[in-house]
Design a protein around this ligand. Structure first.
Ligand code: AMP
Length: 569
C-alpha cells in the first residue's frame, strides 16, 4: 500500500520544478509504483482533491477550524498558530512548524479515509468532530506530511497544473505511450471522474475506457461550438442543409433525470440543482421520460423579456434561494438530449436527437425548446440571425444535420459553429481568457491590482500563452471582487504550463483557474506575448482589451484557444 511519505515526496519534487515534462515524468513513475487498489485514491490526491469534479469536495474546514485543529494536534495555543499564520500566510507552514514528528506510518488511503470522513460529517456538533478528526491525523503525520494534509484540507495544494498532466501520466504509466493521451482525454470528457478513469485504465487498459458512456448522475462535458471570422466561411462548413438555433446568453445546464430525482449540473460540472428549484419543478412536470439527460441554457427572463447574464448570476447562491426564484425568474431553453430511457444518444445524429427532445418535452412557460430554422440557404440563415439580434439575443449556433452529427462531449468542432453579434459588427471580438498573473495597482488602485496578465490555451502543446494585459473596464465592485480572488489564488512561482516573456513577468502569478471575458479590438503581432509563438517568431497580442465580466461558469479548458485566434487573422 502506498505510503503518504511517497506522495509527499512527489509533491515536494513537483513543487521544485517548472518543467512540464519533468512533472509528467514524476507522476508517471508514481502511478507505475502503485498497487492497483491505490490508483483511484492517488489520482484524486495528486490533484489535491478527494473526489470527482462533479461531487462537492469541500471539507467544510476554513482557517478558523484549521487553526483550532493545529493547536489541538500539537498541544499549543491558538494564538501561537495564528501568529505563524499571519507571518507566513500558509497554514501548511504552521502545521509543519509545530509538528515535531519525523516518522509516520500513514498511507494515502488513511488520508483519503480521514478527509472523506471530515467531508461527510454534518449536522449538530459536526464542527467539533471535524476538528477532532483533522487534529488526530495531523498528530500522526510527519511534519512534512502535516503541511500537505493541511493544504489539501483547505483546497490549497496549488501545484499549478491540472488534470491534463495527470491524463498524460496515466497514458504513459498504463499504456506505455504518450500518444494515447488523446483517448484518455476523450474518455475523460464522457466519464468526468478522474479516479474512475485512472482505475479502469490501470486495471483493464485502453479498451475499457473507450467504452465509457453516459451515466445518470455523472455529467459529461458539454459539447462546444467553434467560431468563424466571416459569415461567408460557413459555406465550406455546411455545404448542404444546416440548423440555426437561437443562442442565449445564460448559463449552460445539463439536466439528469431518474423519475422524480432531478439533478442539474453546470458547464464546470458543479451540481447546481439547489439553485434552481423552479427548473427542477418544471422538469418534473414537463419532461415525459423516466430517465433522461438533457442539455440546455437557463436565462433570466421576465414577462417575455430576456434579462442580462449579470442578473442571472444573482441566482448563484446558497441562501435566500426561494426569494430569488421570484426576484430573478428564469426559463430553461433545452436544445439537446444525450440519454433517454436506458440508451445513450451520444452517437445518434442531431436531427434524431432533436426529434426525441421534441417528443419528450412538453413546452410551457418555464421550460422550452430552443427555436431554430433548418435550411440550406444562407440568406435564410442570415435573416434568422437578424431576427435573433432584434430579439436581443447574442447570436446563433449553426448545427450540422449530417449523418455524423453526433454529440461530442467536451469537443469544440465544426459540427456546431457560433455566429455572434460582435463578429458581425466586424470591429470587436470577445475572448475568454485565463488570468495567469497580475501587476499591483498604484494611485487610486493602491492595494488592489493594476492590470491582469491573461492567456489563451495552446491545446496542442498543452500550455497557456500570454495574449494581453487587461487594465480597463472594471467597476469598483469588480476591482474588489477580483482583488480578493487574486489574493486567494496567488502562487509563488510560474505555473509549469505557462509560457511568458521576460518583459511580461507579473508581480505575482495566479493559479490558472479563473476565466474572464474580454472585449478587444484587434489582434496584432507582438514580441512581448507568447500566444502562438514558435521559436524566434513573434506572438499574437490583443490590443485595446477591456474587461467585460467574470466567467465563473467556464473552466481552465474552456478558454479561447490559439487555434481560434489564428482563425480570426
Ligand atoms: P461560447 O460560450 O461563446 O463559447 O458559446 C457556447 C455556449 O453558448 C454554450 O456553452 C451554451 O452555454 C450557449 N448556448 C446558448 N444557446 C445555445 C444553443 N442553442 N446551442 C448550444 N449552445 C448554446
Amino acid at each position: 500500500m502506498a505510503s503518504l511519505k511517497e506522495l509527499v515526496e512527489l509533491y515536494v519534487e513537483m513543487e521544485n520544478t517548472s518543467s512540464h515534462k519533468k512533472i509528467v515524468g514524476l507522476l508517471t513513475s508514481f502511478f507505475r509504483s502503485l498497487d492497483p487498489d491505490d490508483v483511484r485514491t492517488a489520482a484524486y490526491l495528486v490533484l489535491g482533491t478527494v473526489g470527482p469534479e462533479y461531487e462537492d469536495t469541500e471539507l467544510g474546514i476554513r482557517e478558523k477550524l484549521a487553526i483550532r485543529s493545529i493547536a489541538d494536534a500539537f498541544g499549543i495555543s491558538r494564538q501561537k498558530v495564528e501568529k505563524t499564520y499571519s507571518d507566513t500566510g500558509d497554514l501548511g507552514d504552521a502545521a509543519f512548524e509545530f509538528s515535531s514528528n519525523k516518522n509516520s506510518d500513514l498511507t494515502i488511503r488513511d488520508v483519503m479515509d480521514c478527509l472523506t470522513q471530515i467531508k461527510n460529517t454534518s449536522g449538530e456538533g459536526s464542527q467539533q468532530k471535524k476538528i477532532e478528526l483533522l487534529a488526530e491525523i495531523l498528530a500522526r503525520a510527519s511534519a512534512m506530511e502535516a503541511k500537505y494534509i493541511m493544504r489539501i484540507t483547505l483546497g490549497e495544494l496549488r501545484l499549478g497544473f491540472g488534470e491534463q498532466f495527470v491524463l498524460s501520466a496515466l497514458a504513459m504509466a498504463f499504456t506505455g505511450d504518450d500518444k494515447n493521451t488523446v483517448y484518455l482525454e476523450e474518455a475523460y470528457n464522457v466519464c468526468t471522474d478522474i479516479g474512475q478513469l485512472a482505475e479502469s485504465v490501470s486495471e483493464y487498459g485502453l479498451a475499457s475506457i473507450k467504452r465509457f458512456s453516459v451515466k445518470i448522475g455523472r455529467p459529461v462535458r458539454s459539447m462546444l461550438a467553434k467560431r468563424v471570422d466571416k459569415f461567408e466561411n460557413l459555406n465550406d462548413k455546411f455545404p448542404e442543409q444546416m440548423a440555426a438555433e437561437e443562442k442565449y446568453d445564460g448559463e449552460r445546464i445539463q439536466v439528469h433525470i431518474i423519475n422524480e430525482n432531478i439533478q442539474i449540473f453546470s458547464r464546470r460540472l458543479d451540481n447546481i440543482t439547489d439553485q434552481f428549484p423552479d427548473v427542477v419543478d418544471a422538469v418534473k412536470k414537463h419532461i415525459k421520460a423516466e430517465k433522461a439527460v438533457l442539455d440546455g441554457e437557463v436565462i433570466a427572463f421576465r414577462n417575455e423579456n430576456i434579462n442580462s447574464f449579470q442578473e442571472l448570476m444573482q441566482r448563484r447562491r446558497k441562501y435566500d434561494v426561494e426569494e430569488y426564484v421570484d426576484k430573478v425568474p428564469v426559463v430553461a431553453y433545452m436544445f439537446d438530449i444525450i440519454y433517454l430511457n436506458g440508451k445513450s444518444y451520444l452517437k445518434v445524429p442531431y436531427p434524431h436527437r432533436r426529434t426525441a427532445l421534441e417528443e419528450h418535452l412538453e413546452e410551457n412557460e418555464k421550460i422550452r425548446l430552443v427555436e431554430r430554422t433548418v435550411s440550406a440557404d444562407f440568406n435564410e440563415i442570415r435573416s434568422f440571425f437578424d431576427r435573433c439580434i432584434d430579439k436581443g439575443l447574442e447570436g446563433i449556433i449553426i448545427k450540422s444535420v449530417a449523418d455524423n452529427s453526433f454529440y461530442q462531449p467536451g469537443k469544440r468542432g465544426w459540427l456546431w459553429v457560433k455566429w455572434k453579434k460582435e463578429y458581425a459588427e466586424d470591429v470587436r471580438d470577445t475572448f475568454d481568457l485565463i488570468i495567469v498573473g497580475f501587476y499591483s495597482g498604484k494611485g487610486k488602485r493602491q492595494g488592489l491590482f493594476g492590470s491582469l496578465l491573461c492567456a489563451v490555451l495552446n491545446k496542442e502543446k498543452n500550455q497557456y500563452e500570454t495574449f494581453t494585459r487587461v487594465g480597463t473596464g472594471f467597476t469598483d465592485q469588480d476591482l474588489e471582487e477580483i482583488s480578493e480572488l487574486l489574493n486567494k489564488k496567488k502562487i509563488k512561482k510560474k505555473p509549469p504550463n505557462l509560457v511568458v516573456e521576460k518583459e511580461m513577468v507579473p508581480d505575482s502569478y495566479i493559479d490558472p483557474s479563473v476565466v474572464i471575458e474580454v472585449l478587444g479590438s484587434q489582434v496584432t503581432e507582438s514580441p512581448h506575448h507568447t500566444a502562438g509563438k514558435n521559436k524566434s517568431d513573434k506572438g499574437y497580442a490583443l490590443r485595446f482589451p477591456r474587461f467585460l465580466r467574470m466567467r465563473y461558469d467556464k473552466g481552465p479548458l474552456d478558454v479561447t484557444t490559439i487555434e481560434e485566434v489564428r482563425n480570426l487573422l
